[in-house]
Design a protein around this ligand. Structure first.
Ligand code: BG6
Length: 491
């Protein structure tokens, strides 16, 4: 295996899925705080109080269009919300970071919860308790020589901004976000060097593509405007970050899925190319090249989208390109125009089942070659340093009588993907880091389950919130320790 000297090995988690402590030390609410648990067969719901004061539940589908007119998001006494407690990283981060250090991490990806810093999003002054918390977390990382890689936004816009301004469809969010970024850049300039602007930014419209013709033009209008506003926010943030500290390295973060043509029918080849454009390149091109791709006009036309874009925005996009391209990778998808194929869905995309691949219990394809393909394709397109900042297997784990957890399936998954990364590096790709999802079990973003476990560290808590929250290293913990110790030579 060939991994360059100084390659960064670690893991990743997100505030809303790990921290818990949802209403502690002045934190405001975010959407996951009003989202119930679900499963692979039943969706998560958002809860609200309608304009007549009655409690209600609506399917959780990203933006705030899903609750009835005049209703307010609300935490209902009668519901269980898995993210409220999550795995209590808020109180246990010292213990957890110590375990990450034991595995040998040189990098830890985590996110700051915007609502801990600005509880309503539009507050004049930041919340000191929130600032103190993350200072302490980053200091703990530094104690073990772990480089924090910080996502500024990981699916958690303060709910107050959704309610008061309509969320990211409103350009005002750009300024609120930039102010938040400026605050944390100044605050942690001595502790954090690597930043990511928006987690899986491309999900907003890739998610709509899953519904085919059932997704309305209005939904696309909203989705593309949200993306445009986030692109501008990201670009302004990159420029500002470089001004505050020229040593900052600021990246984007794309939900990376490798798409293949489902058949060799030329119509499928073209459909697949268009899928790369709408799903993967659309955001990557703006953030890494500083301008919309040539195909963007076609996409807008297809959905009758007219965007509010100013000359100043275009200038910002040009001047605010990212230093590194980062992405998550879990699986691949087959794109086809043929309707006689079995379909599978996972991580914001849907496609035909690939007969050459195996699938997880949640229907996600196991495809390490797809990771090599993605790395080579994307590096060739942008020639920017790359980081794989999420990769992992959501699986059921069994705790043996003696407390051990033998997760060979997870080891196999990571071994194959690390091997694919090494092959991509041998093919010239400048890959500089790998942060697995997750380092520790946390609440699943998609289903809200705890039993969909990704961690190398087991957390004793179930889907109803029962358990001691005790941490136990799984077999994968010791395996990954060896991988890091040998810089990928022993897999
Ligand atoms: C990515 C997200 O979509 O995939 C994470 O950035 C998420 O937040 C991860 O947890 C795995 O998805 P899930 O739905 O299995 O938790």
């Amino acid at each position: 295996m060939t991994f360059p000297k100084g390659f960064l090995w670690g893991g990743a988690l997100a505030a809303n899925q790990a921290e818990g402590a949802y209403n502690i030390d002045g934190r405001g609410l975010v959407q996951t705080d009003v989202t119930t648990g679900g499963s692979v067969d039943s969706p998560r719901f958002v809860t609200y109080i309608d304009k007549d004061g009655n409690p209600g539940k609506a399917k959780s589908m990203g933006h705030n269009g899903q609750i009835p007119e005049g209703a307010k998001f609300a935490v209902l006494e009668t519901e269980y919300y898995p993210n409220h407690q999550a795995v209590d990283f808020y109180h246990r981060y010292k213990e957890d970071i110590k375990l990450f250090a034991e595995m040998g991490y040189s990098i830890l990806r985590l996110s700051i919860s915007w609502a801990r810093i600005f509880p309503n999003g539009d507050d004049k002054e930041p919340n000191q308790a929130g600032l103190d918390f993350y200072r302490s977390v980053f200091e703990e990382c530094r104690k073990y020589n772990i480089e924090p890689l910080v996502s500024i936004w990981h699916f958690d816009t303060p709910l107050a901004l959704e309610e008061k301004y309509g969320g990211w469809t409103n350009r005002k969010l750009i300024d609120f976000y930039v102010k938040y970024a400026e605050t944390i850049f100044n605050e942690y300039t001595d502790l954090v060097k690597y930043w990511l602007t928006f987690n899986e930014i491309n999900n907003t419209t890739m998610f709509l593509d899953m519904f085919g013709s059932a997704a309305s033009d209005e939904a696309y209008q909203e989705g593309y405007q949200i993306l445009h506003n986030q692109f501008v926010a990201s670009a302004k943030t990159v420029q500002l970050g470089h001004k505050i500290n020229p040593d900052f390295i600021i990246g984007n973060m794309i939900c990376g899925i490798t798409f293949y043509p489902g058949t060799c029918d030329p119509a499928d080849i073209l459909a697949n190319q268009h899928k790369w454009e709408s799903g993967i390149y659309y955001c990557g091109d703006v953030q890494a090249k500083g301008k919309y791709g040539t195909y963007a006009k076609r996409l807008w036309k297809e959905h009758n989208v007219v965007l509010d874009i100013t000359e100043e925005d275009l200038q910002d996009l040009k001047n605010g390109t990212v230093d590194i391209y980062t992405f998550s990778y879990y699986m691949s998808n087959n794109i086809t125009t043929h309707t006689d194929q079995e379909m599978v869905s996972g991580n914001f995309s849907t496609g035909a089942k690939n007969p050459y691949l195996t699938y997880s219990d949640w229907g996600w394809a196991h495809d390490p070659v797809g990771l090599q393909y993605y790395l080579e394709k994307i590096y060739d397109r942008y020639e920017l340093p790359l980081m794989v900042v999420e990769n992992g297997l959501g699986a059921f784990d069994k705790v043996e009588e003696d407390g051990s957890i033998h997760d060979d399936y997870r080891i196999d998954y990571h071994r194959a993907h690390i091997s694919a990364m090494a092959d991509a590096i041998d093919n010239g790709v400048n890959l500089i880091a790998y942060t697995t999802w997750g380092c520790i079990d946390i609440v699943s973003a998609g289903t809200g389950e705890m039993r969909k476990r990704y961690g190398f560290i087991y957390v004793d808590i179930d889907d109803e919130g029962h358990g001691s929250l005790d941490r136990t290293p799984k077999d994968s913990f010791y395996w990954y320790q060896k991988v890091i110790e040998t810089n990928g030579a022993v897999l």
